[in-house]
Design a protein around this ligand. Structure first.
Ligand code: G3P
Ligand code: CA
Length: 399
């Protein structure tokens, strides 16, 4: 059978996807070499470099809210990133922090529960909160009257945003503090299946149509089509246990193990305690991984437990003041670390890189994808300058 025959093409694609998702690179017993990482990304439809909109576009709009995700989609990010948590009544929502204090007015609305975790609020209660005004106060230069009163979003609302525009980004979902939400991996699987984002008939595209979509994306480089590829969902977690649960529930969905240093994470060399006047960013920047072997152990765990890649933290060398410094962490994507991950046949999606010079630095080291708070900056740097400005888009949405 010719490899151009549709059935042969579909089988080849299936094989390539199986190889990409296999915990050991698929290598035919006889001669076939293991697929390269680029082939892994291509088989799954993950663009390279991947632009992952971290909580949407939280530089220009309140994180994890509707305008932040609309911006990320319409600017042209490949993935909408979100931190998954579960309400008291079992609804899946997006919120980064363990509590609601930083990004909502919970202290005014529910003063007796101001410090309580999300799991102690029903969705109806969360929807009473203002998740936008804090941004206007924190970043007056980017404030907009329309941000006042923005709502916390459900996973379903973010999915609808991903599906609702001319670009079709994927979803990049982190199980946040998973120990607080037993069974959330199973809930997520049920949701993604019910909404047709995973499973044999996901998003009404057969295998061969998916290949056409990937092909179509190559022909129209300005259009985002990740949402119609086999890599339309990527699951991410810092927790080994949650990686295992995700792998058990969704073995065929790509996964990334996020990397961190310290207790319960990659061991660090002993260092002096944080100084009274030392910023978190400066403190993190002087932390060192205890040994290459310790770093390698986390890579091996990722590889052996179904991950296609790792998500290391980075140091933000360039920054525009306090915003980017909040996201400057320890160096877990040094050149030898990126090389070691690639030797383990793992993709490297680094967090959270916002400035052109840092994007260049890490890209030159071979980083395959970037979580970014500034999708417009990253897209421009990678030759995919958005057609519309952030201001024009926000005005068009009515904010
Ligand atoms: O999910 C990648 C990156 O977002 C991890 O850090 O704390 O922003 O969720 P965090
Ligand atoms: Ca996250």
């Amino acid at each position: 059978m010719s490899s151009h025959h549709p059935i042969a093409r579909a089988s080849l694609l299936t094989l390539a996807i199986a190889a990409a998702l296999s915990s050991t690179p698929l290598q035919a017993a006889d001669t076939k070499p293991a697929p390269s990482l680029s082939q892994t990304s291509a088989a799954l439809g993950i663009p390279e470099p991947t632009v992952i909109a971290h909580r949407g576009d939280p530089f220009n709009a309140p994180e994890s809210t509707r305008p932040a995700y609309l911006l990320a989609r319409d600017l042209g990010a490949d993935y909408l990133e979100l931190d998954l948590q579960r309400t008291k009544d079992g609804q899946l929502i997006a919120l980064h922090d363990n509590t609601l204090t930083r990004t909502t007015n919970v202290a005014d609305v529910f003063p007796e529960r101001a410090e309580a975790p999300v799991s102690q609020f029903t969705l109806a209660e969360l929807k009473q909160l203002d998740a936008g005004s804090w941004f206007n106060k924190a970043y007056p230069d980017r404030a907009r009257p329309g941000f006042k009163g923005l709502k916390i979003l459900t996973l379903d609302e973010i999915r609808a945003i991903a599906e609702g525009g001319p670009n079709h980004p994927g979803l990049y979902i982190e199980t946040k503090v998973p120990a607080q939400f037993p069974g959330i991996e199973q809930d997520l699987k049920r949701y993604l299946k019910d909404s047709d984002w995973i499973g044999a008939t996901a998003r009404s595209h057969s295998g061969s149509e998916r290949q056409d979509s990937v092909h179509q994306d190559r022909e129209r480089p300005s259009a985002v089509n990740v949402g119609y590829t086999p890599g339309r969902v990527i699951l991410q977690t810092f927790e080994k246990k949650s990686l295992d649960a995700l792998q058990q529930q969704m073995p065929n969905v790509p996964k990334i193990l996020l990397l961190w240093g310290g207790e319960g994470s990659i061991p660090l060399e002993k260092s002096a305690p944080q100084g009274a006047n030392e910023t978190d960013a400066d403190y993190y920047a002087r932390q060192q991984v205890a040994s290459r072997a310790d770093y390698g152990e986390w890579l091996r765990y990722a590889k052996d437990h179904g991950a296609i890649g790792v998500g290391p933290s980075t140091v933000q060398h360039a920054h525009d003041g306090i915003f980017s410094r909040q996201f400057s962490y320890m160096e877990l994507a040094a050149p030898w670390m990126v090389d070691m991950a690639h030797e383990h046949h793992l993709l490297v999606h680094a967090y959270t890189v916002d400035q052109s010079t840092d994007l260049d630095t890490y890209r030159q080291r071979g980083v395959d994808g970037f979580f970014t708070n500034r999708p417009a900056v990253a897209l421009k740097r990678f030759g995919r300058t958005p057609a519309q400005s952030v201001n024009d888009l926000l005005s068009a949405y009515g904010y």
